[in-house]
Design a protein around this ligand. Structure first.
Ligand SMILES: [Fe+2]
Ligand SMILES: [Fe+2]
Length: 206
């Protein structure tokens, strides 16, 4: 589970498997948002060229992921459609931006760690989808897609953590402590969203 402190609700994979078109639409938008978040971080924090290079490499990979998911939607005769509401990412970014911070932490360090957490949660859910598909007759291309993306998002998690350490002046110990603390915030958001009394949704997050 990488750094995550709570697992996804057991009912989630069942709901997602019943609405594969819905989860693919949400997933496609998640990939687009991941690409645009990496580009916006690169534009906003241009001081360290290595971080800019790594973020733009990430954006390129997320666009490739988006196009793979889009192709799957097209093959299924579906449109991309509007993005479902993503309360999860909004709540996590809001919580991180409100945190008190002192060096070596900075807004960039926290935004990179939020990126790591979103990758970790995506990764956890792709694994659940792969496992669920292994129990169905029609594994098809989705099994390959989500197996590949599980590995890729795990790698992105590590890239974001390493970039956060770099942005914190190389202080890995403090950065991992901050990640652990933010993972507690993420866990409360996941539990809070799951206990709103609404039906579990076929979305990658929230
Ligand atoms: Fe991705
Ligand atoms: Fe990613």
């Amino acid at each position: 589970m990488l750094c995550l402190k709570v697992p996804t609700d057991d009912a989630w994979a069942t709901v997602a498997m019943r609405d594969l078109d819905g989860i693919l639409v949400d997933h496609a938008h998640c990939e687009l948002k991941a690409a645009s978040n990496s580009l916006s971080l690169a534009a906003r924090y241009p001081a360290d060229v290595e971080i800019v290079q790594a973020l733009t490499d990430l954006a390129r990979e997320e666009i490739d992921h988006f196009q793979r998911v889009l192709s799957e939607l097209v093959a299924r005769g579906r449109q991309l459609g509007a993005p479902p509401i993503d309360d999860y990412a909004a709540a996590l970014r809001r919580a991180a931006s409100d945190l008190p911070r002192a060096p070596p932490h900075s807004p960039l360090v926290d935004r990179l760690l939020v990126g790591a957490l979103i990758e970790a949660r995506s990764c956890e859910r792709f694994r659940l989808l792969v496992e669920a598909l292994e129990h169905t007759e029609a594994r098809g291309d989705l099994h390959d897609l989500w197996t590949d993306l599980f590995a890729s998002e795990a790698q992105h998690y590590r890239v974001f953590v390493d970039l956060a350490v770099r942005a914190a002046g190389g202080d890995r110990e403090q950065t991992i402590a901050r990640l652990d603390w933010l993972a507690g915030v993420e866990a409360r958001i996941v539990v809070g969203l799951a206990s709103r009394g609404e039906a579990v949704r076929a979305t990658i997050h929230g």
